[in-house]
Design a protein around this ligand. Structure first.
Ligand code: B12
Length: 269
């Protein structure tokens, strides 16, 4: 195990302003910690047989920005975070390469368009499951991985490396409070109340709704991550009452601000 390399990797991530990093051994996918689990051909060792460890990084989306969604503001932030995720993962792969361990980055999404997803709603590799195995969080009813620092308001990507790095433990705690706001407030009625992995996500409904938003330049939707009460970012941004998303009288000044942001820079509903 290369403890010294892990320390240097963490220092490099710090330097790149990456707040979340976790590591899972590639063989952990074979342990099938829940059912249904990631099918064999989607696992790291099937994709790149030389991989020994999977490094997962997470970048947050700011709560006050996702609150304005559907808006050009969240649309732009989503693009910014996506670009940074890909670039940071690419750079960390080069860092590991230079340390003598061949490594490759995986793109944060990996699909061409929503039309492609309608036919096949899967990417070749799932970062949510990788982040779970790397100890970064637990699954919520909203089908997302919830983290202590940002709840579901964090996007992930992964790096496959031949280095054998000390791993993190899977999080035992279940962070989801089962408040059901995500399921109740989803505009596409895509989430049932059972939670992941038993619950059914109507991917087709979610994709169709995002397609509509995309035509107006305000995708993605973001409701299921906005209303989630989990995450220290709620305290930091003074948004401790998720009731405000259902009742305009709880924070009327915020509702006015969101309407203002939504009414510019994109085609109206
Ligand atoms: C496709 C996709 C979508 C689709 C479909 C969503 C869905 N419900 O699956 C659309 C476009 C609608 C979408 C929407 C959103 N997404 Co999305 N999406 C992805 C993407 C590209 C691939 C997901 C995937 O293929 N997983 C792989 C399979 C293995 O997982 P699974 O679907 O859960 O499969 C299970 C079961 O279906 C079962 N199973 C049973 N039979 C079969 C058969 C086969 C062949 C397979 C594969 C599986 C399977 O086994 C699996 C294991 O439990 C990932 C990026 C990535 N490459 O990981 C982002 C990702 C999951 N999305 C993300 C986000 C944030 C969102 C949104 C909030 C949008 C937004 N940015 O505001 C919404 C939330 C929707 C929701 N609540 O589910 C983040 C999640 C971050 C987090 N904190 O967890 C990711 C990881 C992107 C990223 N790089 O960070 N997304």
């Amino acid at each position: 195990m290369n403890g010294e390399l892990r320390e240097r990797l963490e220092a490099k991530s710090e330097q790149l302003d990456i707040p979340l990093i976790g590591i899972a051994p590639a063989e952990r996918w074979g342990e099938e910690p829940m059912h249904p689990w990631v099918p064999e051909q989607f696992r790291p060792l099937s994709i790149w047989p030389e991989v020994r460890s999977v490094v997962v990084i997470g970048l947050p989306v700011d709560l006050p920005v996702v609150e304005t969604a559907p808006s050009i503001y969240y649309h732009e932030m989503y693009k910014t975070v996506n670009a940074l995720l890909d670039q940071s993962a690419y750079r960390l792969a080069r860092f590991l390469d230079r340390s003598g361990h061949p490594s490759i980055y995986i793109p944060r999404d990996g699909y061409g368009s929503l039309t492609v997803l309608k036919k096949d709603p899967f990417a070749f590799f799932s970062h949510r499951h990788a982040a779970y195995l790397a100890g970064l969080g637990s699954f919520g009813v909203n089908n997302m991985l919830l983290t202590p620092a940002y709840g579901p308001r964090v996007r992930f990507t992964s790096i496959f490396t031949t280095a054998e790095l000390p791993a993190d433990s899977i999080m035992e705690e279940d962070l989801c409070t089962r408040c059901m706001r995500c399921s109740r407030l989803c505009p596409a009625e895509a989430l049932d109340r059972k939670g992941y992995p038993e619950g059914i996500t109507r991917k087709d409904a979610c994709i169709a709704y995002n397609e509509k938003l995309s035509g107006r330049h305000v995708s993605p939707c973001g409701w299921c991550i906005r209303v989630c009460p989990v995450g220290e970012d709620r305290e930091r941004f003074e948004r401790t009452s998720p009731q405000m998303y259902e009742r305009e009288d709880v924070r009327p000044e915020l509702h006015r601000a969101w309407k203002h942001v939504r009414s510019h820079g994109s085609e109206q509903d």
